[in-house]
Design a protein around this ligand. Structure first.
Ligand code: FMN
Length: 351
């Protein structure tokens, strides 16, 4: 595109995020296997873990924890912490430092009751003094880029949102991601990208817009409405794991590459699950992924139901193969006897 990329790289304390396209943290989805998949399909930018409980993290068995598993290709990688109390910060950051984290994100937007009951996630926006103490403590304890992910709050009110965001910046947050919905608003609701734009106007640190970006037009509209410094993509990357690369291409003014064959992507994900997780942990993650991935097909709900009803990874893959053969014809790319299928002994329940 004449004039170069629409958005420059983000620079966060020496960490260069280029393109400024970020994977959204998604519990049950953005684990090592998924991150490897999106990386293999061209994602640059910044990857992330699922949210990690700061309270539990120091007790994790670091060598075996499925939440801490990562490979060298998953860089740069931000670790998202669900924190409710400043006392949880230092021990959790010790783990992140030992793991070689590239950045740390503080979850201040999660509306889930379990997170809120403990005082974390979006509850922190209602407890600004605790949020301030958490950020101050984190800033004291780490030289890593420190970011915060927020929603718009309880009601559409500029004053409290502005005060909260300015407090984050004053305490040393390096970047704010705005999931452009109020705490109580469902995912089906159109995101309020213009409100991410308000936050952008109030702050000097970079602001990233999140929510409801499912195709390149959404990405462009989101940027036009918000003037933000980057885009964070969640479910769109689970539906189409190559989508982060497409967004980056759109930001460069380029036409995205032709999409890969869906059956091959699905099977590759299964192989990566097999490489990454103990047998009993693979099927649940395949089910979670399938809920989104299947949306690429008009009759994807039949794939979702078939996988949900499967009792083993092997059975799930047999059913997926049948679905793809029916959808795409017998020429659907499918490598019989791949490692994931072999590891799960097709048709038999996982141990
Ligand atoms: C299955 C799922 C799990 C999520 N888990 C997290 C999480 O762990 N931490 C977080 O900050 N947000 C979480 N979110 C919210 C996403 O990060 C993102 O803000 C939201 O999905 C909107 O972006 P999208 O429209 O691009 O998906 C989750 C969303 C989904 C759908």
């Amino acid at each position: 595109m004449p004039g170069g990329p629409l958005l420059p790289a983000l620079l966060l304390r020496g960490l260069r995020v280029e393109p400024p396209v970020l994977l959204a943290p998604m519990a049950g989805l953005t684990h090592t296997a998924f991150r490897r998949l999106v990386r293999e399909l061209g994602a640059g930018g910044l990857l992330t873990t699922e949210m990690l409980s700061a309270r539990s993290l120091p007790r994790e068995d670091r060598a075996h924890s499925p939440y801490l598993r990562r490979t060298p290709s998953e860089r740069p990688l931000s670790y998202q912490l669900l924190v409710a109390d400043p006392a949880e910060v230092a021990p959790a950051l010790d783990v992140l430092h030992a793991e070689g984290a590239d950045a740390c994100d503080l979850n201040m937007g999660c509306p889930a009751p379990q997170a809120r009951r403990r005082g974390g996630g979006s509850r922190l926006m209602e407890r600004p003094d605790v949020a301030r103490a958490i950020v101050a403590e984190a800033r004291r304890r780490t030289g890593l880029p420190l970011t915060a992910k927020i929603r718009l709050g309880e009601r559409l009110e500029e004053a409290p949102l502005r005060e909260f965001c300015c407090m984050l910046e004053a305490e040393g947050i390096d970047l704010v991601t705005v999931h452009a919905r109020l705490r109580g608003e469902p995912y089906g609701r159109r995101p309020r990208w213009d409100w991410a734009g308000k936050v952008k106007q109030w702050l000097r640190v970079p602001v990233v817009a999140n929510g409801g970006v499912f195709d390149e037009t959404d990405a462009q509209r989101c940027l036009a409405a918000s003037s933000c410094d980057g885009i964070m993509v969640g479910r769109g990357a689970a539906v189409r794991p190559w989508f982060l690369a497409d967004v980056a291409a759109a930001l460069r003014g380029e036409t995205p590459a032709a999409p890969p064959a869906l059956p091959a992507v699905y099977q590759r994900f299964a192989v990566l699950l097999g490489e990454s997780f103990a047998p009993e942990r693979r099927l649940g993650r395949l089910k979670e992924f399938t809920r989104y991935f299947a949306q690429s097909y008009a009759f994807g709900h039949t794939l979702t139901s078939a996988i949900q009803a499967s009792r083993s990874l092997g059975e799930a893959l047999d059913r997926a193969q049948a679905f793809f053969a029916a959808e795409e014809g017998s020429g659907a790319p499918w490598i019989a006897g791949d490692r994931a299928v072999a590891a799960a002994s097709p048709g038999s329940p996982d141990p």
